[in-house]
Design a protein around this ligand. Structure first.
Ligand code: MG
Length: 169
């Protein structure tokens, strides 16, 4: 059972999660691009402001903010070589059988139901735009958790967009 009282205020969590995304190189435009890629085949008339609006709403959710600060913290600790073995190696090499990065990302997708899951699976497979950049392991940065989180934010925003704007007619 969780204690629903919150020790950390809404503003602190919100500001930190938004700042961390930016510091780790993920812009709103990057996420807009992902949502657009996911949704434009189905809804050719969507525009980028619809995508942006839905991303902003997703980023207001406490579940989403918790996933962001947890995942990015683990990526940063791995970069600093501060995780215990064998977790250090697992996160550092983005070990294929680990799967906890995906589980944290699913806590974002779950907020918006089952369409989100389909979107998440799809975008994780094709890895467009920023996801490709986060995944190329050419620099010193580790984004084992962040790539899944960003994919999940885009998937959740896509589901939200589909639910709210287009299933009403
Ligand atoms: Mg990953």
């Amino acid at each position: 059972m969780s204690n629903m009282k919150t020790a950390v205020g809404d503003e602190a969590l919100r500001n930190t999660s938004h700042r961390l995304l930016k510091e780790r190189g993920v812009t709103m435009e990057d996420m807009v691009e992902l949502v657009y890629i996911l949704q434009s085949p189905y809804y050719p008339h969507i525009d980028r402001s619809d995508c942006l609006h839905n991303i902003e709403r997703v980023l207001e959710k406490r579940e989403v903010q918790n996933a962001i600060i947890t995942g990015i913290q683990l990526d940063i600790l791995a970069e600093e070589q501060k995780l215990m073995p064998p977790l250090q190696k697992i996160v550092e090499t983005d070990e294929g059988l680990y799967g906890v990065d995906e589980i944290i990302a699913l806590s974002i997708v779950n907020v918006y139901g089952s369409i989100g899951l389909t979107n998440y699976g799809y975008i994780d497979k094709i890895k467009p735009g920023i996801l490709k950049k986060l995944n190329d392991k050419k620099d010193k940065n580790i984004h084992t958790f962040l790539d899944d989180i960003v994919g999940a934010i885009a998937a959740a925003a896509s589901s939200r967009l589909a639910h709210r704007h287009f299933h009403t007619h």
